[in-house]
Design a protein around this ligand. Structure first.
Ligand code: NAP
Length: 267
């Protein structure tokens, strides 16, 4: 639907681009003419993804744990080396596990906050200092989650993503003077590899939620990729500091407590 050369001459870095939503975002960038670098922790699937994506357009990869600033510094070097610069950063990498709040350990809490909040900040700060601020140009798109009404059953990720939503507003204002736009996308339940990791009881709960969804479906990976492309191109040139819910109305309607009820029934 976008012009096939929308991102011709542009470079994009997608964290977590080896699977699911990140893979779909990288794929759409390539289809629209961008040069792309994907990063994640697991080398083997990362290489495979880069090879497959490479059949569409130039796709590079780098192993990187977004929780480690030393990894991100190396990622910035690789980005400079392979892409020559950076126009668009998509902070998509993340992960969490379902648990009632009273059972989340100190380590579990720290791991989720570190991955989903700190990792996004480290990536944004390092890439802004290396590329966007000196160039006085840049676009950051953060993939967060639907935590508009809280996130019962995943309190840690709800808190981390709310942190990223607020960070989006701060960075957008601080960095507007450098012509950097920062926006977030809050996906609802998206049919992607991320859902496969949950136990079958929770999969059944997701299925019940799907039937309840006012649009009668889960989101597709392309729904998120389409929104990322919008925030990454001049169609959104006067939009910064916002969060776009791509969730079939989940942030407004539907039962937010199905997950926590299911978790309690499993204990
Ligand atoms: N699917 C949904 O319904 C949904 C809804 C709301 C939000 N989200 C969020 O959207 C994003 C993508 O989700 P998905 O469904 O596509 O899940 P996914 O397939 O599990 O993707 C997560 C990606 O992030 C990478 N990753 C995780 N931790 C990382 C780290 N510390 N450093 C670098 N890479 C890391 C993973 O690769 P490695 O394992 O190789 O590191 C993987 O490629 C996630 O942030 C997810 O929480 C998903």
């Amino acid at each position: 639907m976008y012009h096939p050369e929308l991102f011709k001459g542009k470079t994009a870095l997608v964290s977590g681009g080896r699977s699911g939503i990140g893979y779909g975002i990288a794929k759409q960038f390539l289809e629209l003419g961008a040069t792309v670098l994907i990063c994640s922790r697991k080398e083997e699937p990362l290489i495979k993804a880069a090879e497959t994506l490479g059949t569409i357009g130039p796709c590079y990869y780098e192993v990187c744990d977004i929780r480690k600033t030393s990894d991100i510094e190396l990622l910035a070097k690789k980005t400079r080396q392979e892409l020559g610069g950076l126009d668009i950063l998509v902070n998509n990498a993340g992960g969490q596990f379902p648990a009632p709040a009273e059972l989340i350990s100190e380590n579990g809490w720290a791991a989720v906050i570190n991955n989903n909040l700190n990792g996004t900040f480290y990536m944004s700060q390092i890439m802004a200092k290396e590329f966007f601020i000196p160039e006085k140009s840049g676009i950051i798109v953060n993939i967060i989650a639907n935590m508009h009404r809280g996130f019962p059953g995943m309190a840690h990720t709800g808190a981390a993503r709310a942190g990223v939503e607020n960070l989006t507003k701060s960075l957008a204002q601080e960095w507007a003077m450098y012509n950097i736009r920062v926006n977030s996308i809050a996906p609802g339940t998206i049919q992607s590899s991320g859902l496969d990791q949950y136990p079958k009881e929770i999969q059944s709960q997701f299925e019940a939620a799907r039937k309840e969804n006012l649009m009668g479906r889960f989101g597709a990976i392309e729904d998120i990729a389409n929104a990322v492309s919008f925030f990454s191109c001049p169609l959104s040139s006067y939009i910064s500091g916002t969060t776009l819910y791509v969730d079939g109305l989940e942030h407004l309607a539907g039962d937010r407590n199905g997950l926590i009820r299911t978790l309690r029934s499993m204990i």
